[in-house]
Ligand binder design. Sequence first.
Ligand code: PMP
Length: 427
Amino acid sequence: PYSGPSGNDIIAKRREYLSPSIFHAYKSPLNVVEGKRQYLFDENGRRYLDAFGGIATVCCGHCHPDVVAAIVEQTKKLQHSTVLYLNHAVTDFAEALASKLPGNLKVAFFTNSGTEANELAMLIARLYTGCNDIISIRNSYHGNASGTMGATAQSIWKFNVVQTGVHHAVNPDPYRGIFGSDGEKYARDVQDIINFGTFGNVAAFMSESIQGVGGIVELAPGYLSAAYESVKKAGGLCIADEVQAGFARTGSHFWGFEAHGVQPDIVTMAKGIGNGIPLGAVVTTPEIAKALTHRNYFNTFGGNPVCTAAGLAVLKVIEKEKLQENAFVVGSHLKERLNALKDKYEIIGDVRGKGFMLGVELVTDRELKTPAKEETLHVMEQLKDLGVLVGKGGYYGNVFRITPPLCFSKEDADFLVDAMDYTLSRI
Ligand code: PMP
């Protein structure tokens, strides 16, 4: 049994010693003391089904024994920066990662986070093209350093940073967008930005393949290929931000962009890549990677042997346990059941996403699509009391984000939907 500080003690210390900017989920936040596969345990030994941790970090499940073993073994041997020296853990993982990417995307730069990966991708694109302008999509989230905060396009996640050279294209959002599911119409805005907002050439276009923080928004079909075409014609590179959608999460493909039939020039990743260990990566072609050789580029801990050993173990677990297939099969079942809930409850305005990256949007009026923000918070709290953890997102905070570890089972999916059904029936 747990004998450490209570949740209340931790809250008191957080108030005193941690930045006031940090926030927590739930009115009475969970003191999680242990994680195992798709479960989290609180200080009283109560078990919670974790239907959100997949996004936060955990791809193969909390504390997967193979990943833990890889981390422990490597930590015993060497934990160091390996920018200056050689170590096979780094190259082994880089090689394995390259084998998962299409085309000539085979050169990796390792970082400590998704923000760092996207900052670096933007830098590489600017160096490679000699252009400055970067186009991202409204409602996107790409990070919280100055460049990526500029590319991020939701005011709730932005401070007053100088957004030099960033343009935000109309969001191809099939539910709330002005052109419904017509991807090509939305993509005309990318061409318009190039024509009327730049000198005709751009450095890059950067996009998630399913918007995560923005509330699990799938890009309208046909959008990405049309946008890529405009950007490539303008000499720009296409950056796929796979920080959330990558690593088998969407089920049908290993990378989210693959479902759109596009070939990016740069792919960025983080979160699930290390199953909870700080790791991110930028993968590109050998030719584009050369852009970074004109000056010294250095990242002390990016891709250190402990993190890359974890990364390699994650890839092996995804394969060994057929987690992509599980995301597809169980994710499809879960989506089907959520759609059935939508037929039952007026408050569910939309169910969307793929695999284990699903969203349920609550509205108080289906016609007007009025965000049901309070109700979303209420249901989330009630679900917690029933032992189920889901996330919340979207600009209006009215979308459940269901992004479990990839080992989530059909029984887990049914339990989640039954709990949601019960909660909604009493709202
Ligand atoms: N890109 C996407 C799509 C993300 O969801 C996030 C994090 N929410 C990031 C980048 C930034 O990653 P990190 O928090 O590791 O810096």
